[in-house]
Design a protein around this ligand. Sequence first.
Ligand SMILES: Cc1cc2nc3c(=O)[nH]c(=O)nc-3n(C[C@H](O)[C@H](O)[C@H](O)COP(=O)(O)OP(=O)(O)OC[C@H]3O[C@@H](n4cnc5c(N)ncnc54)[C@H](O)[C@@H]3O)c2cc1C
Length: 435
Amino acid sequence: MILPEYDGRCGWYELLENVSAFPALEGDARFDTVIVGGGFVGTAAARRLAQNCPDERVLLIDALKLGQGASGRNSGFVIDQPHKRDLERADDPFKRKIVRLNRIAMEHLEQQIADFGIDCQWSHAGKYQGAVGPRGLKFLAHYEQLLRNFGESYERLSGAELRAVLGTDYYSAAIFTPGGVLMQPAALMRGLADSMPANVRVVENTPVQEIRRQTQGFTLKTPTSTLSCRRIVLATSIFTAELGFKKDRILPVMTFASMTRPLTDAEMACFGGQLDWGLTPADHAGTTMRMTQDRRLIIRNSYRYAPEYNTPAAILPKIRARHREGLDQRYPALKEVEIVYTWGGATSLSANFETYFGQLDEGIYSSGCDQSVGAARGTVSGLMLADMMCGKNTEALRDMQEVSGNPSCLPPKLLLRVGVPLRMALARFASRSEL
Ligand SMILES: Cc1cc2nc3c(=O)[nH]c(=O)nc-3n(C[C@H](O)[C@H](O)[C@H](O)COP(=O)(O)OP(=O)(O)OC[C@H]3O[C@@H](n4cnc5c(N)ncnc54)[C@H](O)[C@@H]3O)c2cc1C
């Protein structure tokens, strides 16, 4: 069984100060619900379940420290608009449901941040979708058309207008959508962990190695304890398959990011752009960029099929060199600004771009295959799973069920090992002007 590993390389997590510690769990323990996995899905499900049922004893357990998994390793965009594939659907009510659900997630996170004073650079900065060359411009025109048809507000910016914000004339044009939020993901995850309701126990660095159904409920084995419970939430993303569910349906894909040290005053003057913006590529195989509130540039690109789920250290120097090149092309005057962190993170895709949500088996609930937009989608999935488990029948829950589907069966692993890297290499080649 493959378990999550932390590689000590994620800039967001490594920059945190005074990370809290939760007491370990030893021996036998009983809970009403055990939530395995403390990412966006798990933290939202734990909080909502504890609030829905104040007498319920909930355990939120993770193999790593909360914030070390994908939910603390991402690019920090909380996006309200549907993913491109969903936006392309003709069905307007379907898209409206996705936007409503994403906004529920944003409001929920914003409420926790306000209530508990979570310091995570949360900012309504919006999002730029940028094009570099003719290929990117074609994608951008398509995206603009989709947004216009859908009736969502946006603004189109020229290369010159972008220069004033991004500090580079690398981009020819971008679409700005105002609804997106930026944040420091590891800081957000730690803040959520530290502010759980009293009836949620948080346990970290403790992998669940086995789940067994009993006559009544379940037992879960960890290296130091045996847990029993009535029901389980599998908020384990790609690792759900390792626990015996959704096998051959979840495609584990890794993507990579690098972060620079903060720019000095002189370098900021040279940069000439603004702080606190985020840009995703018009061509999805392109590059994501951010400038943080604390003057760090972040670059993300490159995909990899990741059947081992974790980051092989040997490939990181090559990725860092690629990121260096991407920064130098955009900011030739900032070649002295070192990259100080490079990391990878794996997320769950499905072959047919469908997500899943609901009861996997009696007493076992889960959601996944969020197609790499899990900050909003994972959060609202966790909330809705908790509502479903408590017998609530809300419009949002019905929407969630309607926009979720069934990930299709993947081809055999051997084929995936050859086919997925090949497809990614082709996509990378086709999109080389947008990197
Ligand atoms: C580099 C990168 C950039 C990204 N950028 C964005 C972005 O800007 N915006 C966005 O919306 N999405 C982004 N994503 C995707 C996003 O991070 C994921 O969609 C999201 O984090 C998934 O959340 P989750 O709660 O489902 O899973 P995860 O965050 O993966 O949480 C699952 C948890 O389960 C735990 N676990 C697994 N197995 C076990 C076990 N056996 N026992 C105990 N615990 C276990 C893991 O340790 C992990 O903490 C990005 C991803 C990456 C890698």
